[in-house]
Design a protein around this ligand. Structure first.
Ligand SMILES: [Zn+2]
Ligand SMILES: [Zn+2]
Length: 332
């Protein structure tokens, strides 16, 4: 099968012809139709996340159909459309797994990092960690739901019931979360790179009440924020914009250092935190919620062979919505 593989960190992916993956017990073999490209993939390539499986097939927002089943795999019939997220396996035994926090499992394995992912024509996945894909989304539109949507949704929940919410960094995840937050009746304040007027107009189209540069102060205090951009200073920028009781969550897996700040800025029951990974429950909830809103997904689709170009578009931010690779026989 054709794949784009990472052989060494800090080098571009290269095309490769790989043997078909062998489906193990409890796993499904998936014909990949589309795979979302995430900023985490960029952190893996750049070496900001250490010790990936190498060589590695990246990609943790996989949409495809089941074409084979390993021993004991019965959850999805052949031909069924499924999604594979970042959380690929958990131990089920550690103190996190047994307390409803499998996202923090000590021995978790992640798709497209510890396990081969979806930048390939075929993928295998543990059926317990796959999700059914809501109808009404094409394969390419559904792919970003699996990380950009899901982990953003978890971050939004951890912010609590903030009425005025700031979204810092308006990429794949924020463009989904903006719609979810507006649907929940929250007032959204979107922060883009300074001067990104196209991004700001896009945010307003998706329900943001106000959009401006991250160097601007919002027109009023915010009650909570999610920081999507991997820029530590945005945590303190957001903090200075908040009202008492606000929570500020970083939704990314890697971020530059957070600068120090006077304690009085944190005083007033403000909190800074992070969101790590997802639980299967997050996935089930979000996959049910997205079509009810309905969340509209804006994608820039490229063929699998252009995975490096798709990664570059995330790096430069020259992207409206989410980057997705079309693999095999995608719909759309
Ligand atoms: Zn565990
Ligand atoms: Zn991701």
């Amino acid at each position: 099968m054709q794949a784009m593989i990472l052989e060494r960190q800090r080098e571009p992916l290269r095309p490769a012809e790989l043997p078909e993956p062998v489906v193990g017990p409890g796993q499904v073999l998936i014909s990949v139709h589309a795979c979302g490209v995430c900023r985490t993939d960029l952190h893996i390539v750049d070496g900001e996340l250490g010790e990936p499986k190498l060589p590695l097939v990246m990609g943790h927002q996989i949409v495809g159909t089941v074409v084979g089943r390993g021993e004991g795999a019965e959850r999805f019939a052949e031909g069924r459309r499924v999604g594979v997220p970042w959380l690929g396996w958990t131990c089920g035994e550690c103190r996190y797994c047994t307390s409803g926090r499998e996202n923090l499992c000590d021995r978790a394995r992640f798709t497209g990092y510890d396990l081969d992912g979806g930048y390939a024509e075929l993928a295998v996945a543990d059926e317990r960690f796959c999700f059914p894909i809501p109808e009404g989304y094409s394969d390419e539109q559904a792919a970003p739901l699996l990380c950009a949507g899901l982990i953003g949704y978890r971050a939004l929940r951890l912010v609590g019931d903030a009425e005025r919410i700031g979204l810092y960094g308006f990429g794949a995840s924020a463009h989904i979360l903006c719609q979810v937050a507006a649907h929940q009746g929250r007032r959204v304040f979107a922060f883009t790179k300074p001067g990104d007027e196209k991004g700001q107009a896009f945010a307003r189209q998706l329900g943001a009440e106000w959009a401006g540069g991250s160097d601007e102060a919002p027109p009023e205090e915010i009650d909570g924020a999610v920081v999507f951009a991997p820029v530590g200073s945005l945590m303190t920028t957001a903090l200075r914009a908040t009202a008492k009781g606000a929570r500020i969550m970083s939704a990314g897996i890697h971020m530059s250092d957070v600068p120090s700040f006077p304690y009085e800025q944190l005083w007033g029951e403000r909190a800074l935190g992070s969101v790590a990974n997802l639980t299967r429950q997050d996935g089930e909830e979000f996959m049910a919620l997205a079509p009810r809103i309905p969340v509209r997904i804006e994608v820039e689709v490229r063929p699998l062979a252009e995975a490096n170009e798709a990664l570059a578009s995330i790096r430069t931010g020259a992207l409206k919505g989410a980057a997705v690779l079309a693999v095999g026989r995608a719909t759309s």
